[in-house]
Design a binder for this molecule. Structure first.
Ligand SMILES: [Zn+2]
Length: 254
């Protein structure tokens, strides 16, 4: 995926109001071997050791998207929170972001950790993310659903916390997560904020919303049940007429 590709697709589309590019902060701040070893989640000195390396790369990432202002793409990031409560990017850059997504990707539990221990660690990290100043909680139940069956009560609890904090919940099409249907129902009951994300890592995933439509319909919800985030009229400098309003955020690396 390249920025030129995104700009061309946006210009050619009559259904997209805009796009937010949200690369992973861990892919920016660390060389690949460090990023995927994930030690920084429990040992934040790894992050501090790469702060200058990351800042230089982040500056270049931000500048490349900022240079396109007026052409549609907006700048975002997807971050984690390390076990010391800090983001995996320098918060001095927060004000340059149109959208900040916070997600749980990895947690440093022991191999023999019990389900309760994994749940507690995930719930604490999720709560820290929700209350950290992020705009969107990314794929809220993907991580925990890979380890434990997620109950209606847990989904309701996370939805309530996000609504109270004014944080949008992301409906992400990269992986099938059964809990997303209940998340949509609970969020609709509260009239909370919902963000549509394709999490597009490949060109053919860009702007494809079939998964979202299927999930919305299975949950018995419609766009009118939510506050859609980001609100196109607030976000986009480029008006794309009165056609359907479907902002999209993209994860992955350009
Ligand atoms: Zn993610």
């Amino acid at each position: 995926m390249t920025l030129d590709f995104v700009v061309d697709k946006l210009e050619a589309s009559d259904s997209l109001d805009g796009v937010v590019i949200t690369d992973h902060t861990f892919a920016i701040y660390f060389p690949p071997d460090v990023a995927w070893a994930r030690a920084y989640m429990s040992d934040s000195s790894v992050f501090d050791a790469h702060k200058d390396f990351g800042a230089e790369r982040l500056e270049s990432y931000l500048a490349s998207i900022e240079a396109l202002r007026g052409k549609g793409p907006r700048v975002g990031l997807e971050t984690e929170i390390m076990c010391d409560g800090r983001f995996t990017f320098d918060p001095a850059y927060r004000e340059r972001l149109d959208v900040l997504i916070g997600s749980v990707h990895f947690l440093p539990f022991e191999v023999n950790a019990g389900k309760l221990e994994i749940f507690d660690m995930w719930r604490k990290n999720t709560s820290e993310l929700i209350n950290s100043g992020i705009d969107v909680l990314g794929h809220p139940f993907r991580f925990i659903a890979n380890h434990i069956a997620v109950s209606e009560e847990v989904i309701a609890d996370v939805v309530d916390e996000a609504v109270s904090a004014g944080v949008a919940l992301e409906l992400n099409s990269h992986c099938e997560v059964d809990a997303d249907s209940m998340m949509l129902r609970k969020l609709a009951e509260k009239g909370g904020k919902l963000a549509f994300s394709t999490d597009a890592h490949r060109r053919d995933e860009f702007g494809v919303f079939t998964h979202h439509e299927k999930k919305m319909s299975a949950a018995g919800t419609t766009m009118a049940d939510f506050k859609i985030f980001p609100e196109p009229s607030l976000m986009w400098e480029v008006s794309r007429g009165e056609s359907s309003k479907q902002p999209v955020s993209i994860g992955g690396s350009l």
